[in-house]
Design a protein around this ligand. Structure first.
Ligand code: ATP
Length: 305
């Protein structure tokens, strides 16, 4: 069973803004799925439809095998959510926030344990209104963890977090996934999801332009790597042979090094060609296209993905 199934999901807001243009997507049970897209791409709209805070204008959304619109209560009961821009109750303490969710979900968690997992146990009895932005975000994440949800939906979970907070989110996502929870989280920063996601989907102006592993995205985008090879003696013909290989766009020569711009899939053929021609390959390293470049190759206005 897919944990999330979107079938032709469309949304046009009353002002005439088309936020989603018919999305088809299956998020597998137990998967960690990164939902990526630039500002305004439609990520929050999708998440809000999954939880029935927004009604679609076309298509359907199923969550944990349930209809997102007809079985809303059951979906919400089994799902932990970190919504975008959640406002805390300023006069309630962190512990009271978590206790409130425990009660409303009829869960048997201990508030202190949850607060410890998200790293704000020392502030448990302080009013959440006085928390820093990052602490509020940690608290909201803690509230999403209550009740051992089958599905965790996190909308931009790293917003406002310092590097250790970002790492904590990663750790928690992995822990939850190890327990069998499906994790669906949105982000506009590819590098933040790469380390944890099994697959990512890239949304651009309401359309899903790619769904794949990060590695698969790299191959499909045809982004290039720079291969820096430290070589022994070689002849101009050896350089020409490398230059003639499929996928190689440029070869530069620099003090005992060849710097080859090559499509991600063709790195090995460069090295074997040199070796077959008797050129000693002493060492090599690759510099991959940055994740930012990769993301832009899918979402940039100029590029037809
Ligand atoms: N309630 C609303 N009424 C009208 N238009 C809306 C509403 N909510 C969102 N939109 C529009 O729908 C589009 C998608 O917005 P959405 O918030 O889903 O994007 P997002 O990918 O989550 O962006 P961000 O990364 O900035 O949070 C945008 O053009 C936005 O202005």
């Amino acid at each position: 069973m897919a944990a999330i199934e979107l079938d032709g999901l469309a949304k046009e807001y009353s002002g005439g803004v088309t936020a989603l243009r018919g999305i088809d997507l299956d998020v597998r049970d137990g998967e960690i799925f990164g939902f990526l897209g630039p500002n305004g791409a439609g990520k929050s709209t999708t998440i809000n439809i999954l939880l029935d805070f927004v009604r679609p204008s076309g298509g359907s959304a199923r969550v944990l095998g349930l209809d997102a619109q007809d079985d809303t209560q059951e979906v919400r009961r089994r799902t932990g959510v970190l919504p975008e821009g959640y406002t805390v109750y300023s006069r309630l303490t962190g512990r009271q926030h978590v206790e409130f969710v425990i009660e409303s979900k009829d869960a048997d968690d201990y508030a202190d344990e949850i607060l410890e997992r998200v790293g704000i146990e020392d502030a448990a009895d302080r009013k959440a209104g006085d928390y820093s932005k990052g602490m509020k975000q940690r608290l909201t994440l803690g509230m999403a963890l209550v009740g051992d949800p089958d599905l965790l939906i996190l909308d931009e979970p790293s917003t406002g977090l310092d590097p250790s907070g970002v790492q904590d989110v990663r750790r928690i996502v992995k822990e939850e996934s190890d327990r069998g929870t499906t994790v669906f989280f949105s982000s506009h920063i590819l590098s933040q999801v790469e380390a944890v996601c099994d697959r990512v989907g890239i949304l651009r102006k309401g359309e899903l332009v790619a769904v794949d592993t990060v590695e698969g995205l790299r191959d499909a985008a045809g982004t290039e790597a720079r291969l820096r090879i430290s070589v022994g003696e070689y002849e101009p013909e050896d350089v020409e042979a490398v230059r003639a290989l499929e996928g190689v766009s440029e070869v530069q020569q620099r003090d005992g090094e060849l710097i080859v711009s090559v499509a991600d899939g063709s790195k090995t053929s460069v090295l074997t060609t040199l070796e077959d021609r008797g050129v000693a390959v002493n060492d090599f390293e690759t510099e991959e296209a940055s994740l930012e470049e990769l993301f832009l190759s899918y979402t940039d206005e100029e590029v037809d993905a």
